[in-house]
Design a protein around this ligand. Structure first.
Ligand code: FAD
Length: 543
């Protein structure tokens, strides 16, 4: 098989044009090609009147060697790389103890899956409920203002990404092609096939719920065990000269599970668990994260700006954007403002896990056909903004989440303001053409005290700059809601680069977003695979 890259065709090309283009590029007759599959399809919409599709294809030929030899100088043609996943280990017949995975987000699910596939029979513990029950609880906040602190957007089967846009791309380096393994397993769990080849795959909430259930069934069939509503409240660690060794995890029920291998895939919102780990002496340090607001525009505005006359084309779908501005004004100098977790054709969701606090985030369905585009507009902050203690970032998040609850009227409504009013420095009193999607509701207010002054100044500086890239971005009627604080973990639970075990606690494998080693579904899942491999090797005494 050989891979042919950069096959370019117009957006509306006929079905057979790709076949013809491959033959033309390889300089072969039709009978020499046995077949082809699309490895990647992306678009280039820089010239809006002539959007181009770019394909990478894997081609099967009668005489591949001859074609590769003839096109030896062509950098767009090469043998197809082997991206098949290979297990690093296989469990022996009898295990001394079973590995425990804490958390069923993408990281914990993939750690659990890979361990189960290698025969290590993991026990997978989740503080929240199974995904169907969790969905009801999550809607309880959105519809009835009733928050379940252990079952919500952040906690429960599937983790934080379950009620999301399900964007699946990542910019991390992936030399071992673990991303392919993740996509392959997602497709086996009933994700749409196209995620294997579109350049920016997404899944959407409804399908994610089903996929999470399917993955659970697969892991159970392989000997893994899931236990829901089982919060890990303590970890027993034996200490010797400053170096700990995990001995057991202790559940909220009081039950102790003896194990010497624990994957800590707890996500960025397990604040009580971070505190417990700190109290037990596990090495943790503060890390940078971002805070800001969600912004909503009509999706049609973004589509038109991105795709011009091709807006609405089914291959292009709802348009997304990615914006960054580096601030120069005295109050915000050196701060970066950027769009975060952009959800085309989606809704803003209530994403708090703690009572008396308001947090925004975004989600969508696979169709992405809601009226508004939404995105976080967030400002980078560092531990210098919340100095003094490794867990100080959590207190900082809580401070602004409580402030948002207060500004929203104390009912879980999000405080909101029109962009025109925000830029002019006056409170909003009435909505314009953009109807915000956040449920249970939006309480119009003045957001100028909803974040630190430097963050307000930074966002005020950035919005007009973004308007130059997407005309209408700073439209007066666009709506800001807030606050966006759960952008990534406020801590890093540091681990060794090779063994992936905690710096000072052997047998503890900090993983995924909560530990500061991932940001997003894909990178968290990939980290889960890496950590599962490290656990397996350690259990076999090879690491
Ligand atoms: P999590 O998914 O947070 O999972 C951690 C799990 O651990 C949770 O289920 C939690 O209940 C459990 N847990 C925590 N503490 C304990 C304990 N003590 N005992 C037992 N269980 C515990 N990313 C994208 O790439 N694309 C998107 O479109 C996207 N949209 C998002 C939309 C929303 C609304 C949210 C909230 C996030 C979104 N994200 C998105 C981010 C993405 O969800 C996270 O990056 C990802 O889920 C992190 O995976 P994780 O497995 O590391 O942690």
């Amino acid at each position: 098989m050989l891979r042919l890259n950069e096959v370019q065709l117009p957006l509306d090309h006929p079905d057979d044009a790709l076949h013809a283009a491959i033959l033309g590029r390889l300089g072969i007759a039709a009978e020499e090609m046995l077949g082809y599959t699309i490895f990647r399809r992306s678009y280039d919409a820089r010239k809006k009147s002539a959007v181009i599709l770019t394909y990478s294809v894997d081609v099967e030929l009668k005489d591949e060697g001859a074609v590769l030899k003839r096109l030896a100088g062509d950098r767009t043609v090469a043998p197809t790389p082997d991206t098949n996943y290979r297990f690093v280990a296989q469990a022996p017949g009898r295990l001394k103890s079973r590995p425990v995975v804490i958390g069923t987000g993408p990281c914990g699910l993939f750690a659990g899956l890979i361990l189960a596939q290698m025969g290590f029979n993991p026990i997978i513990l989740e503080r929240g409920k199974a995904v169907r029950e969790r969905t009801k609880d999550t809607w309880g906040l959105w519809r009835k203002r009733e928050l379940q602190p252990e079952s919500n957007v952040q906690f429960g089967e599937g983790g934080a990404g379950t009620f999301s846009d399900g964007k699946l791309w990542t910019q991390i380096k992936d030399p071992k092609h673990y991303g392919r393994k993740v996509l392959t397993e997602f497709v086996k769990a009933d994700a749409p096939d196209e995620i294997m080849y579109v350049s920016k795959p997404h899944i959407g909430t409804f399908r994610l719920v089903k996929m999470v259930e399917q993955m659970r069934a697969t892991i159970e069939a392989l000997g893994g065990e899931f236990r829901f509503q089982q919060k890990v409240e303590d970890i027993a660690i034996k200490s010797d000269n400053g170096q700990g060794q995990v001995q057991a995890v202790v559940l909220a029920s009081g039950e102790t599970i003896v194990t010497d291998h624990v994957v800590l895939a707890i996500g960025h919102s397990a604040r009580d668990t971070f505190q417990m780990l700190y109290d037990r002496g596990v090495y943790i340090e503060a890390k940078p994260f971002s805070l800001g607001f969600r912004i909503e525009h009509p999706q049609s505005l973004i589509d038109k700006c991105r795709f011009g006359p091709s807006a609405g084309h089914p291959i292009l779908g709802a348009a997304d954007y990615k914006l960054v501005h580096h601030c120069e004004s005295a109050q915000a100098r050196g701060r970066a403002v950027y769009s975060f977790c952009m959800c085309p054709g989606g809704t803003v969701v209530a994403a708090t896990s703690e009572p008396g606090r308001v947090v925004t985030n975004g989600m969508s369905q696979y169709s992405r056909n809601e009226r508004n585009a939404n995105s976080g507009i967030v400002v980078g902050i560092t531990p210098a903004d919340y100095p003094g203690h490794p867990l100080a970032g959590i207190g900082f998040q809580r401070q602004w989440e409580s402030r948002a609850f207060e500004l929203g009227g104390g009912t879980y409504d999000a405080p909101g303001q029109l962009v025109g009013d925000f830029l002019a420095g006056r409170p909003s009193t009435a909505l314009g053409s953009v109807i915000p999607s956040y449920k249970p509701g939006v309480h119009l207010s003045d957001l100028s005290t909803a974040l630190p002054d430097y963050a307000i100044a930074a966002i005020r500086e950035a919005l007009p700059v973004f308007d130059k890239q997407i005309r209408g971005f700073a439209m007066a009627d666009a709506v800001l809601t807030g606050v966006e604080t759960r952008t990534s973990s406020p801590v890093r639970i540091k681990r060794h680069d090779d063994s992936l075990q905690s710096l000072n606690t052997t047998g503890l494998f900090p993983a995924g977003e909560g530990a500061g080693y991932a940001g997003g579904i894909m990178s968290a899942a990939i980290d889960g695979i890496r950590v599962a491999e490290a656990v397996a090797l350690s259990m076999l005494g090879k690491n």
